[in-house]
Design a binder for this molecule. Structure first.
Ligand code: NI
Length: 159
C-alpha cells in the first residue's frame, strides 16, 4: 500500500464525471487499499477516487465503524434532513454548513464486484452523499449555506 497525493480544489480532475468500474483488477484493488491508507493518514472519514486523481466510481468511507467500500454506488433512497458541518480532504482546513438527507440507502458493488446495499444515517448518510457527489464532479462547497470557515486541521474530521 502507498499514500496517494490528495488533489486540492481547483484541480480540474475534481470537476469531472467518473467512469464505472467494470471489473476488479489487481490495479483497482491496489487503488482501493491506497485510498483507505490515504484517508486514514489524513484523518478523513471518506475519500473518492477522483480525489487521488483517478476517474473511477469508487469511494471509501470510515466513520469510525470500519471501512465501507462502495464501487459504482447509486443512491436508491433518501429521507429526512440534517444540517451540520462538513469538510473535505480536497479543501483542507475549511468547513461549511450543509444540509443533507438524514438517511440514505445506496446500492453498490463490493471488492468482489458483488451487489450490496448499505444504509446509513447521520454522519454515514452525509459521507455517502458527499462522496457520491465527488463521482459526479461536485464539491460540497456548492451546497454550503453561508460562508466557508476555517477549522483547525488537528482534531477535525473531514469527509
Ligand atoms: Ni470530499
Amino acid at each position: 500500500m502507498a499514500l496517494r497525493q490528495i488533489r486540492i480544489m481547483g484541480d480540474a480532475i475534481l470537476e469531472k464525471v467518473c467512469r464505472p468500474v467494470k471489473e476488479m483488477t489487481p490495479r483497482t484493488k491496489t487503488l482501493i487499499d491506497d485510498m483507505l491508507e490515504t484517508m486514514y493518514d489524513a484523518n478523513g472519514v471518506g475519500l473518492a477516487a477522483p480525489q487521488v486523481g483517478i476517474l473511477k466510481r469508487i469511494v471509501v468511507i470510515d466513520i469510525g465503524e470500519g471501512p465501507v467500500i462502495l464501487i459504482n454506488p447509486v443512491i436508491l433512497e433518501t429521507s429526512g434532513e440534517q444540517t451540520g458541518q462538513e469538510g473535505c480532504l480536497s479543501l483542507p482546513g475549511q468547513a461549511g454548513i450543509v444540509t443533507r438527507p438524514n438517511y440514505v440507502k445506496v446500492r453498490a458493488q463490493n471488492t468482489d464486484m458483488e451487489e450490496i446495499e448499505v444504509e446509513g444515517t447521520e454522519l454515514l448518510a452525509r459521507a455517502i452523499c458527499h462522496e457520491c457527489d465527488h463521482l459526479e464532479g461536485n464539491m460540497y462547497v456548492n451546497l454550503v449555506e453561508g460562508d466557508l470557515f476555517d477549522v483547525t486541521a488537528e482534531g477535525e474530521e473531514d469527509d
